[in-house]
Design a protein around this ligand. Structure first.
Ligand SMILES: [Zn+2]
Ligand SMILES: [Zn+2]
Length: 387
């Protein structure tokens, strides 16, 4: 009964905060950025079902119990080849070598994807390389301002080893506030591009939203990205719901050697701004790419599905639709001349909760403990507010 009263009080407070925020925002903020097809509203009618889903869902495996296999990277290992390659470092953090230059996407190295480091989604694994060990970076690309993509501590540490920071409109203001020299920062509107000695970076549309607090909803732009070197062309979806923009991007800039498409943190309740795996696969087909690397998974628990579910679902779908998938371990090279690293690494650390095995039951118990911690954190993140 006490719990129910707490939930009701919490919900009433949430309603008050949403109402006050909207009122304050309307009075004080500049015109928000918008999507091209679907407006994403987080009114009461959408928050209540999401709150209920978080309350009612029994989690089995929100996070891996066993260590996530990593392939440690160093500058020595990276310099063993100069060929174009992609290395997943975590979630949507991607290191890429094109024509001998390094590009880093959505660098998140902090322990938690959160406004604070004492609460919020905690990473499942370390980065396979530290910021200190990274080689000199030609360009950092940021997709949008959510905490699982824009990490203040990482930006502060990267400022000295990065030549250019490329962001959607207004996101660059965070970077300069955190100490990056404004001369290093280029902000782009959708379809605008920048050329850096043979490397072309184009901001393309995405269907998402932005904000790092309660009062800054959609005050900065979000984007997907085309990254074109002399030999290879890559598409990165950023965070996005499924929309017609993917076909437009394919027609204007396809075919791509590789697509890196968000495949994780999805739910029917917020599918306007995060794709279900079936939609991720369709986005890959729409942009006209040869090989798909599913990203936005494997590092943080940001939704209600099991941590490994995105890998399992996209792997099955790719087989059904004859799509070539690359699911490298974190730190493992996907060579662009032959981008096939379809490792089923997550299967080695998947847990079957229905087993009689004593060791596995012990793991389930640990998962329950983890689950409690994660559930606590989730209260602050209801509505998928910051991902
Ligand atoms: Zn995200
Ligand atoms: Zn996001």
């Amino acid at each position: 009964m006490k719990i129910l009263a707490g939930v009701i009080v919490g919900f009433v407070m949430l309603v008050a905060i949403v109402w006050l925020t909207k009122t304050w925002s309307a009075a004080n903020k500049s015109k928000p950025f918008t999507n091209s097809e679907k407006a994403y509203q987080t009114g009461l009618s959408s928050l209540w079902p999401i709150a209920k889903a978080y309350w009612n869902t029994q989690r089995q495996a929100p996070a891996p119990v066993n260590a996530v296999p990593l392939m440690t990277l160093t500058q020595d290992i990276l310099s063993q080849t100069h060929d174009d390659a992609i290395y997943r470092l975590g979630h949507s953090t991607i290191l890429m070598r094109l024509d001998g230059e390094y590009v880093l996407i959505d660098p998140v190295f902090s322990e938690r994807a959160s406004p604070v480091q004492w609460a919020g989604p905690k990473r499942f694994h370390e980065s396979p390389i530290s910021i200190a060990d990274l080689p000199a970076i030609k360009a950092v690309i940021i997709s949008h301002d959510h905490y699982d993509h824009l990490d203040k501590a990482a930006i502060e540490q990267l400022a000295d080893k990065v030549q250019h920071f490329i962001t959607p409109l207004k996101v660059g203001e965070y970077l300069t506030a955190w100490g990056v020299d404004p001369i290093q920062v280029t902000e782009l509107e959708w379809w605008q591009s920048v050329e850096l000695n043979g490397l072309t970076i184009i901001a393309t549309p995405a269907q998402h939203f932005s904000g790092r607090g309660l009062l800054d909803r959609d005050q900065t732009l979000w984007a997907s990205w085309v990254i074109q070197g002399l030999q290879h062309k890559i598409f990165y979806s950023g965070d996005s719901g499924y929309f017609g923009g993917f076909k437009d991007i394919g027609e204007r800039y396809g075919p791509f050697d590789v697509s890196m498409i968000e495949t994780g943190a999805y739910n029917e309740l917020w599918s306007d701004i995060h794709m279900l795996p079936e939609q991720s696969l369709q986005a890959h087909i729409d942009v006209n790419a040869k090989v798909m690397i599913p990203v936005h998974n494997g590092t943080f628990d940001l939704a209600l599905h099991d941590w490994f579910e995105p890998f399992e679902r996209i792997n099955k779908l790719a087989k059904q639709h004859h799509v070539t998938l690359a699911t490298p371990k974190f730190g493992q090279a996907v060579m662009l001349a032959n981008p096939q690293a379809n490792e089923l690494w997550w299967r080695d650390i998947m847990i079957n909760p229905a087993t009689d095995d004593v060791e596995q039951q012990d793991n389930v118990r640990k998962m329950d403990e983890l689950n409690e911690v994660v559930t606590d954190h989730k209260i602050a993140y209801v509505g998928n507010s910051f991902t």
